[in-house]
Design a binder for this molecule. Structure first.
Ligand SMILES: Nc1ncnc2c1ncn2[C@@H]1O[C@H](COP(=O)(O)OP(=O)(O)OP(=O)(O)O)[C@@H](O)[C@H]1O
Ligand SMILES: O=C(O)[C@H](O)COP(=O)(O)O
Length: 403
């Protein structure tokens, strides 16, 4: 893969450089609750600007449905990027339309602009090659060069990630280079026991990676929204908890394979439940009840791992040689459901293991709960991306940069 330094040697001054970043940060209204992903890519953008490039930054935010939706605007991220860079950052109110074209055309050398959310255009995520390609053509018209640095999105075969680098001379940004360097170590030289902790809410995305992780990990601890499909597979009722019903047979198979391969596959023994999802804005007390994982009432939802599970997971982490953790153990955004995620973060820190935390929300959780991010071996900006990398899959966004 070419790097920014290679591009610099060839000369980027005066060139329009399209930087595909992952500025998909958690928001409370228009307020960014964790800016980790913006801070992670800011050095790449600063470096290109210092080299005299006209920098056009693009990203997705959330999962809008292929049309503009103000709730998913990248405007707050553009403002934050400007603060971090200590300079004015222009903002285009569309992605390839009049505003984007005018902003791109008006950039001076060393100036930075952010485009509106790529996913406001159906072409970005389309499964149809022609539709994606047409959108990539429009993006390509804005720039001379492409730098891929949105590590969190490299597992997506999307127009700006996969099709665009095929249309412009391209290089990998410094964030991608660092991420790949660290994660590569986890695929080659793993200190054992290798413990993987999985949680979060993107259940269907993440269940698929367990298939491969069963070949690599010594112990897999499951929490968060992931846990309930497994509990269901074990024959327990899960009330109104997050459930991927169609994956129950796959979960049963994973459990059987784990046993056959001698992988310790650990599920919660107790959970915190409530009849309703907590108020994440006002944070009014949720007053959850603790129940055994095989006794979740029909009208209640599991929202965090319980105290016995926290203790069990801490024990399972204590002697680890390597830990990869992706996905919060509960709805950590509410203080009543942050305990499980805190316990796992503390468990990682108490172990002597090389620890990698992957995922926008997992990294945000670690910081928002007051942990020192530097105490972990590596905090990856990629959730699904880091998992799929560890799975050994070819990631579209990396493959496109290699070509
Ligand atoms: N039991 C649960 N029920 C519902 N949601 C949950 C549960 N446990 C955790 N969550 C939610 O999971 C979300 C994070 O999941 P996600 O899979 O997106 O994590 P991530 O991998 O760190 O991030 P990403 O993949 O976006 O980089 C949080 O917003 C949290 O509230
Ligand atoms: O949060 C993430 O994992 C990345 O930004 C990718 O987002 P996506 O899962 O909506 O594609």
């Amino acid at each position: 893969m070419k790097t920014i330094d290679d591009l610099a040697t060839e000369g980027v001054a005066g060139k329009r450089v399209f930087v595909r970043a992952d500025l998909n940060v958690p928001l409370d209204g228009t307020e960014i609750t964790d800016d980790g992903r913006i801070r992670a890519v800011a050095p790449t953008i600063a470096k290109l600007a210092e080299l005299g490039a006209k920098v056009i930054v693009a990203s997705h935010l959330g999962r809008p449905k292929g049309a503009p939706d103000p709730a998913f605007s990248l405007a707050p991220a553009a403002t934050r990027l400007g603060e971090l860079l200590g300079k004015d950052v222009a903002f285009a109110t569309d992605t390839v339309g009049e505003s984007a074209q005018a902003v791109a055309a008006g950039l001076a050398d060393g100036q930075v602009a952010v485009l509106e959310n790529l996913r406001f255009n159906a072409g970005e995520t389309s499964k149809d090659d022609a539709e994606r390609g047409a959108f990539a053509d429009q993006l390509a018209a804005l720039a001379d060069l492409y730098v891929g640095d949105g590590f969190g999105a490299v597992h997506r075969q999307h127009a700006s990630v996969y099709d665009l680098p095929k249309r412009l001379p391209h290089a990998a940004g410094d964030l991608i280079a660092t991420e790949v360097g660290v994660l590569k170590k986890l695929t080659e030289d793993v200190r054992r026991p290798y413990v993987v902790v999985l949680g979060g809410a993107k259940v269907s995305d993440k269940l698929a990676v367990i298939d491969q992780l069963l070949e690599k990990a010594d112990r897999i601890l499951v929490g968060g929204g992931m846990a309930y499909t497994f509990l269901k597979a074990k024959g327990h009722e899960v009330g109104i908890s997050l459930l991927q019903e169609d994956q129950v047979p796959a979960c049963l198979e994973y459990l059987a394979r784990a046993e056959k391969r001698g992988v310790e596959f650990v599920l919660p023994v107790d959970v915190l439940v409530s009849p309703e999802f907590p108020d994440l804005k006002g944070k009014t007390p949720a007053n959850p009840t603790t129940v055994a994982a095989d006794a979740i009432p029909a009208d209640q939802e599991g929202l965090d791992i319980g105290p016995k599970t926290r203790e069990l997971y801490a024990e399972m982490l204590a002697d680890a040689g390597t830990v990869f953790w992706n996905g919060p153990m509960g709805v950590f955004e509410h203080p009543d459901y942050a305990g499980g995620t805190k316990a796992v973060a503390q468990g990682l820190l108490n172990s002597k293991a090389f620890t990698v935390v992957g995922g926008g929300d997992s990294a945000a959780a670690v910081r928002l709960l007051g942990f020192d991010e530097n105490a972990f071996g590596h905090i990856s900006t990629g959730g699904g991306a880091s998992l799929e990398y560890l799975e050994g899959k070819t990631l579209p966004g990396l493959a496109a940069l290699e070509d």
